[in-house]
Design a protein around this ligand. Structure first.
Ligand code: TRP
Length: 334
């Protein structure tokens, strides 16, 4: 709406060490949009505090997440890379949208139910209204397309509902965003319980492969991955462990599942798991090297953050003043 280019927006929380699920299902695909779209990739630190964070760790992970964006191929000259709390309009629009989001809608969010079960001693209001802040992130930039993992689909649909509701009351204000959910890699599962999504906060380290794990750790975790009975390496609902490994392999090698099945036909599970581990470790090696280089250059990371915040602020301010006018807020004349 403000640029000639359509807008892509996505966010990653700086709340844990990112996994290959975050990488294959989301971040790795982000750079494909850079030429055609104006892309905003945000480190959503405000979302992260909906569960208790250690301040020093949150700060470190904010830098790490930004560095990881870049290490995964996002050029800060071609994309707006920024930190959510650096642009105050996120909080401002978040509050406004809270008033156009229904209690019943928020109560139905499965992520809220899961996180409340996990953090029973801290079911705070922010955890509950998390989706309206996420809607604010997206709607502030007149976003057309939101690349996310399948677990964020429900939040995205709510963001669309909120946008439509607001537009209906006040006239065209927000672009109604579409999700972009990759078919494969959208859901990478735990190596220890392949019926569950791989979660960066899993307490069992063997279940999670992190983008920054060493080659040895990656291979060890794959060797220990849970498989299924009988020895066939085929993709099937009855074989969640083997299917998950085939999905991971096909994502990192850009081969189809069928090609992978053919390649491994007749192989034992042990050799198969080793081959998948090696493919993942090789695929991540350049990301890890670039990440280390960036983390050693704090001044560059800070300059990138500042530039991203300025770019984001300029467009966020336009949407926010439009919203204020529409809802009848007054503006001080200094
Ligand atoms: N909720 C998202 C997640 O946990 C992160 C996020 C916050 C996001 N705001 C966003 C993703 C806006 C896409 C667009 O993965």
């Amino acid at each position: 709406m403000y640029n000639d280019k359509k807008v892509v927006f996505s966010g990653v929380q700086p709340s844990g060490n990112l996994t290959i699920g975050n990488y294959l299902g989301a971040i790795r695909n982000f750079s494909a949009f850079s030429n055609e779209y104006h892309c905003y990739y945000c480190v959503v630190d405000m979302h992260a505090i909906t569960v208790r964070q250690n301040p020093a760790e949150l700060r470190r992970r904010t830098y790490e997440t930004l560095a990881l964006y870049m290490a995964c191929g996002l050029d800060p000259e071609k994309n707006t890379l920024f930190v959510q709390s650096h642009v105050p309009q996120h909080a401002e629009l978040g509050w406004v949208l809270d008033c156009y989001t229904m209690f019943g809608e928020l109560s139905r969010m499965t992520q809220f139910k899961d996180k409340s079960a996990k953090n029973a001693d801290n079911i705070n209001a922010g955890l509950f209204t998390y989706p309206s802040l996420m809607a604010a992130d997206i709607l502030l930039y007149q976003t057309e397309l939101v690349p996310v993992g399948i677990d964020q689909k429900q939040h995205l649909e709510l963001a669309r509902d909120i946008a439509n509701r607001f537009n209906q009351i006040y006239g065209e204000t927000f672009v109604v965003p579409e999700g972009f959910i990759p078919k494969e890699g959208a859901k990478i599962c735990s190596l220890q319980d392949p019926t569950k999504k791989m979660s960066k906060s899993d307490t069992n380290e063997n279940a999670v492969v992190r983008i920054l794990d060493s080659k040895d750790d990656i291979i060890r975790k794959f060797k220990r991955a849970v498989t299924d009975s009988n020895n066939e390496i085929i993709f099937s609902l009855e074989k969640p462990g083997i299917s998950n490994l085939l999905t991971i392999y096909s994502c990192v090698t850009d081969k189809t599942i069928a090609e992978a099945e053919r390649e491994f036909a007749g192989m034992g599970y042990g050799d198969f798991k080793l081959a998948v581990g090696e493919a993942v470790a090789d695929n991540l090696a350049p990301v890890r090297a670039e990440f280390a280089r960036l983390m050693a250059d704090k001044a560059y990371l800070e300059a990138t953050m500042a530039k991203g915040a300025d770019e984001a602020f300029r467009n966020a301010r336009r949407t926010m003043s439009k919203v204020k006018r529409k809802i009848g807020f007054t503006e001080p004349k200094h």
